[in-house]
Ligand binder design. Structure first.
Ligand code: 6PG
Length: 245
């Protein structure tokens, strides 16, 4: 694991969500001040939902420089937005409907296409915002990741060949819970981020957190998150951190 990783342990899920939201505010203010924009990629699942709700309420609503914000997804299940398992659908309900941004600042993954086509289309959409070509990788200002019980991250599951992807920015995969077709950002893109925050909560995640942070030879997808130059922050609640040495 890179030596630059920072571990922050909060008392409970509520303060975890608040700290995650605070990280969004500080990264957004810094990024917009430096480059005029803030590119954020969010994960799905249940853990980030409390933080997402905070982004759609005060004080975040007034603190974040929304006109410069672009919101992307780390991964998406290839399901319609109304499906309760849709990461975009849940985010729309949790905060997108409450934040003052234009539709062209929100970039859901295109799940209405055959997955391989959707992956290519999403790379084009990312490219149009970052204004870079396929030889580079987009450097997101902040990426939030969850941790699966099996050590997966995004929709990068153990043993899948997508873990060896070195060129594509977005890949079409299948797996997870629900076990469906998915689109996911690939490791080169994730590791190009300026800031990566793992947001992990709950006792059930404690074994995976311990293995990922303390058992290097497991070579789990979450252990392949090694930002090339960016910050790696593990934001845990006390239960998720309870098995760490
Ligand atoms: C997804 C997520 C996935 C998630 C982990 C943790 O679309 O499934 O991006 O990688 O972050 O599975 O999920 P929970 O937060 O629900 O435990």
């Amino acid at each position: 694991m890179p030596e630059r990783k920072e571990i922050i342990i909060k008392d409970d899920a509520y303060s975890l969500a608040g700290t995650g939201a605070d990280l969004v505010v500080s990264a957004a203010l810094e990024s917009v001040q430096q480059t005029g924009r803030f590119t954020l990629a969010v994960s799905g699942g249940s853990t980030p939902r409390a933080m997402h709700r905070s982004l759609g309420r005060e004080p975040c609503l007034s603190q974040i420089p929304w006109p410069g914000v672009h919101i992307f997804w780390v991964d998406e299940r290839c399901l319609p937005g109304y499906d309760p398992a849709s990461n975009y659908g849940r985010a729309r309900h949790d905060f997108l409907n409450r934040i003052p941004v234009k539709e062209d600042q929100i970039h859901p993954m295109p799940v209405d296409l055959p997955p391989e086509e959707g992956a290519e289309k999403y790379q084009d959409e990312i490219s149009s915002i970052f204004k870079i070509g396929g030889n580079d990788f987009p450097d997101f200002d902040l990426i939030f990741l969850g941790l699966g019980l099996d050590g997966h991250v995004a929709s990068l599951f153990p043993g899948q060949k997508v873990l060896a992807e070195k060129e594509k920015w977005v890949a079409a995969v299948k797996g997870g819970d629900p076990d469906v077709r998915r689109l996911t950002l690939t490791l080169p893109v994730l590791n190009e981020a300026h800031r990566i925050v793992f947001l992990v909560s709950g006792k059930d995640k404690a074994p995976a957190v311990k293995t990922v942070l303390e058992v290097d030879e497991e070579n789990l997808p979450a252990q392949m998150i090694q930002p090339r130059t960016g910050r790696l922050i593990w934001l845990l609640d006390r239960e998720a951190a309870s098995m760490l040495s």
